[in-house]
Every structure is written in structure tokens, then in C-alpha cells.
Design a binder for this molecule. Structure first.
Ligand code: PRP
Ligand code: URA
Length: 207
């Protein structure tokens, strides 16, 4: 699939399987989601652009690099929060934006309730974080909000994606790359990813 990277690293796949397991309770789920997020972020940021700089070592001048753009992490509330802290440990200079969306149970439409982005988000590398890409409604709504605010360099990091959701994101935003640990079979009649891992927010927060 064009512009979709499935992160097949053995540690990612090991953790993902434990997250899928219905016996994994919220405490363990939180830990595993954090761990998998830090493993995934290496791949998801691999093509961040660099600019050349030089620094003075104690001995001489050395050529090196600096990220060309600042980074903003944007978790989609609530479940995206489960991936935020561990990514921040790896990119501690990142800023953090938020999008609050709640999928309405019958229509499956993403209802907006909150947003907060840095002002000059157009200058940033935006990493949109949401464990689940199901119908794609939430991811597209979050990207819409970012684009309205001027964001130009957006990438989407999911844990589990449904083919239906990938198609919707790609139809609306073909240039937004998607990084995921798995592309599952399908959505069921209630819009849940099968086999998926259930409701990510509920499993994370024990609701
Ligand atoms: C879940 C998930 C995604 C969304 C995906 O959130 O975390 O944001 O559903 O579904 P979609 O692709 O069909 O839009 P939910 O709306 O259940 O909110 P929550 O994280 O607060 O539980
Ligand atoms: N949201 C979830 O948390 N899980 C799904 O399978 C679909 C949407």
C-alpha cells in the first residue's frame, strides 16, 4: 500500500500481540502501549529532514546535523495519550498539541470537543498519534483541524489500522504517510477493527 509503512520489527509485533490479548489488564496495557510507541517512533521519524550545522568539539570543528523543523506531537484524545509520554522521552524538545474527538456509537462520526496547537504549526513536523485507525473518521477530522491551522508536514502513527480507514485517509490526504504496526482484516458492523484489540481508550483507562 502506497504511503503506508507497516512496522514489522519483532519487538513491535511481540508487544502488539500482548496488547491484543483480552487478558491484558489496563496497567499492563498502558506499559506495553508506551513501549511499542517508542519502538514505532524510530521508524515513523526516519525521514525527518536534517540541516547541516557545525559544532566545536573540545578538539576541533565537527560537521553535524540538526532537525530542519521543530516537532509537535498531537495525540488524539483519549487513546493517543497512551503513546505520548514514551515518545516525549525520545523527543523531549517536541511540543505537544491535542485534538479531542469522540466517535459517536451509532453514526460512528467523530465528534469534536477540543483542540490546542502551537501557533506556527505550519513550520513543524506534526506527528499525529492515535492507536486506532478504524473508519478513518477521527484521523481525517484531526488532519482537517491541523490543515485548517496551517500544518503542512503531517504524518500519522497508528497501532492498528483497518483497510477501510487507510482508504479514507488516503482518499482525503494522499500525501500524509501512515505508520502502523498492523493492517487488520476489516471493520465489523459496529465499526470495530477485527481482530483489533477492542476499544483502545477503554482498555487503556479501564472504563
Ligand atoms: C477511538 C480511537 C480513535 C477512533 C478510531 O477513539 O482511539 O480515535 O476511535 O475510530 P475511527 O477511525 O472510526 O474514527 P474513541 O472515539 O472511541 O474515543 P476515546 O479514545 O476517547 O475512547
Ligand atoms: N476505536 C477503537 O478503540 N477500537 C476499534 O476497533 C475501533 C475504534
Amino acid at each position: 500500500m502506497k504511503n503506508v509503512t507497516v512496522i514489522a520489527h519483532p519487538l513491535v509485533q511481540h508487544n502488539l500481540t500482548r496488547l491484543r490479548d483480552k487478558r491484558t489488564h489496563p496497567q499492563e496495557f498502558r506499559r506495553l502501549l508506551g513501549e511499542i510507541a517508542s519502538l514505532m517512533i524510530y521508524e515513523a521519524t526516519r525521514n525527518f529532514r536534517l540541516k547541516k550545522i557545525s559544532v566545536q568539539t573540545p578538539l576541533a570543528s565537527a560537521n553535524g546535523f540538526k532537525l530542519e523543523r521543530e516537532v509537535v506531537l498531537v495525540p488524539v484524545l483519549r487513546a493517543g495519550l497512551g503513546m505520548l509520554d514514551s515518545i516525549l522521552e525520545l523527543i523531549p524538545h517536541a511540543r505537544v498539541g491535542f485534538v479531542g474527538l469522540k466517535r459517536e456509537e451509532t453514526t460512528l462520526r467523530a465528534q469534536f470537543y477540543y483542540k490546542s496547537f502551537p501557533k506556527n504549526v505550519g513550520d513543524f513536523e506534526v506527528v499525529l498519534i492515535d492507536p486506532m485507525l478504524a473508519t478513518g473518521g477521527s484521523s481525517v477530522a484531526a488532519i482537517d483541524l491541523l490543515v485548517e491551522q496551517g500544518a503542512k508536514h503531517i504524518r500519522l502513527v497508528n497501532l492498528v489500522a483497518a483497510p477501510e480507514g487507510i482508504a479514507v485517509v488516503q482518499k482525503n490526504y494522499p500525501r500524509v504517510p501512515i505508520f502502523t504496526a498492523a493492517v487488520d482484516k476489516k471493520l465489523n458492523e459496529r465499526g470495530y477493527i477485527v481482530p483489533g484489540l477492542g476499544d483502545a481508550g477503554d482498555r487503556l483507562f479501564g472504563t
